[in-house]
Design a binder for this molecule. Structure first.
Ligand code: ZN
Length: 484
């Protein structure tokens, strides 16, 4: 598993030594600690803001991409003093190392040569075995990219993949780099395509302009000139590694991130159906049984959950993105800073429901979905709230509960169960979506903070409901039996 080896080093410079020393750990919690080390890909708890659960070392902000002791201030000062080196140092596919008192960029093919060579050889071996031309092209060009560090051609080939096996492999997301968000982490997904299920979703991309026009905000804030359309693929995951298999398991992704590829071909949304199914069976259904009244718990369905996940993903591409503030062009992301992502995630949840309701009304989604929609959504909020209701990120989730309670679209009964009030639900969702989109359209940091502070407070009723969920797992740990 060469990419796991790379990712371990990208998370923290001490990871490999720790993995070895953990083998001799003794005591009643030793096995649990080793298992959690594998799940979290390091000794830092990804469900608790990366606090160490083994040892006392704090996670460096720059993970394993920079010297451990490099602070943001020191790095920014260095960049300011060395303007000609900024482009190399801030590159997506390199690590930053110290050489004397200089900082140098070491490209991935040099830094991770040992594992990238093995991985490229495996990709070429796989390429020799397939008769599918699009897969062959991707595997060959991606193997070459591991040595050249230029991913453009293979990203284009990935967009063109039309094969029974869909493989996503390479350096992609930059979340692991907490210092600058510059550096891409290696991940891999090996998946089996589900062509019939993918075809069933083909119609949604054509409906995106209509959904944008239908948003409950004034015309001038709508983003009616959207770029390339994105294909949607439904797949079953048979192996995931590196950044694709750590902490909370990914249920869908949208790649590539290279803007040049996005302009030419759009981006591809990949839905991992079996992972979504496992979370539904093992987490969502048990949660529904504990926090919803029995009649509503019985209405929760997999189809509604899948549609809500899909429309959450599609909603990230709708609503204000580039905005004008004080006569200047800017981005919502830049204006809202660390509040952007809690608000944007909550927006995607709420807009997903709003859009499904609109498509049901329009006769483009089944009316049968209607009864399942609200209970499935409420159970889903509890699922998300458990990833840290009391932390900054959880405020977006908690806000949805409190806003809907205030509008009477949710009620808490004598047993502490949360009931969706169907008559009031669509109106409250529309109001909530309007308020969130207007915060984004204005790019108003202070108003966003006020909103999240007002609605993001965990109430005693919510706390009590979350406390009942102790026996339900927070997330799944896949065991890829075939790959093993
Ligand atoms: Zn999201």
């Amino acid at each position: 598993k060469p990419l796991d080896e790379i990712f371990l080093r990208q998370v923290w410079s001490g990871n490999v030594a720790l993995r070895d020393s953990a083998k001799t750990l003794q005591g009643p919690n030793a096995d649990a600690a080793r298992a959690y080390l594998t799940i979290m890909k390091g000794p830092f708890d990804r469900l608790k803001d990366h606090q160490p659960f083994l040892g006392a070392t704090a996670k460096p902000a720059g993970a394993g991409f920079y010297p451990d002791d490099l602070t943001k201030e020191a790095y920014e000062a260095y960049l300011a003093a060395h303007p000609t080196e900024v482009e190399a140092l801030r590159g997506l596919n390199s690590v930053v190392r110290r050489e004397g008192d200089k900082l140098v960029a070491v490209p991935y093919p040099v830094a991770y040569k040992e594992w990238l060579d093995v991985s490229a050889a495996k990709l070429r071996e796989a390429s020799a075995k397939t008769t599918n031309a699009s897969l062959k092209k991707f595997l060959e060009t991606r193997a070459a990219a591991f040595a050249s560090n230029d991913y453009y051609e293979s990203d284009m080939a990935w967009m063109d993949l039309d094969a029974p096996v869909e493989i996503t492999i390479g350096p992609y997301e930059t979340y692991e780099d907490g210092l600058m968000g510059d550096k891409a982490a290696f991940e891999v997904y090996v998946t089996v395509a589900l062509p019939a299920e993918s075809k069933a979703l083909e119609g949604y991309k054509a409906r995106l302009p209509w959904l944008e026009a239908n948003l409950p905000i004034p015309e001038e804030h709508k983003n009616l000139k959207r770029g390339a359309e994105s294909p949607i693929r439904v797949v079953d995951s048979v192996y995931a590694g590196g950044d694709g298999n750590r902490g909370v398991q990914t249920i869908a992704f949208n790649l590539p991130n290279d803007e040049r590829v996005r302009e030419a071909k759009g981006s591809k949304k990949v839905m991992l159906r079996n992972v979504i199914r496992a979370k539904f069976d093992r987490i969502l259904v048990p949660i529904a049984q504990l926090v919803l009244p029995a009649d509503q718990a019985a209405q929760v369905t997999f189809d509604a959950f899948f549609d809500e996940v899909l429309h959450h993903e599609l909603s990230h591409g709708l609503g204000p993105g580039t905005i004008t503030k004080n006569g200047q062009k800017t981005e919502v992301r830049k204006e809202l800073q660390e509040l952007f992502s809690p608000l944007e995630e909550a927006k995607a949840d709420v807009m997903g429901i709003y859009n499904i309701l609109a498509l049901i009304d329009k006769g483009e989604m089944s009316k049968d979905l209607r009864a399942a929609l609200e209970p499935t959504y409420v159970a889903g909020l509890f699922r998300s709230a458990r990833f840290g209701a009391h932390e900054a990120h959880g405020k977006g989730v908690v806000s949805q509960f409190n806003y809907l309670l205030e509008k009477g679209a949710l009620s808490v009964d004598a047993e502490g169960k949360f009931r969706a009030v169907s008559e009031k639900f669509p109106g409250a969702i529309k109001d909530l979506l309007h308020d969130m989109l207007m915060l984004q359209a204005a790019g108003d940091y202070v108003a966003t903070k006020d909103f999240l502070d007002k609605y993001g407070v965990v109430s005693p009723a919510l706390d009590a409901a979350i406390a009942k969920l102790g026996a339900v797992p927070t997330d799944i740990t896949p065991d890829y039996v075939g790959a093993r």
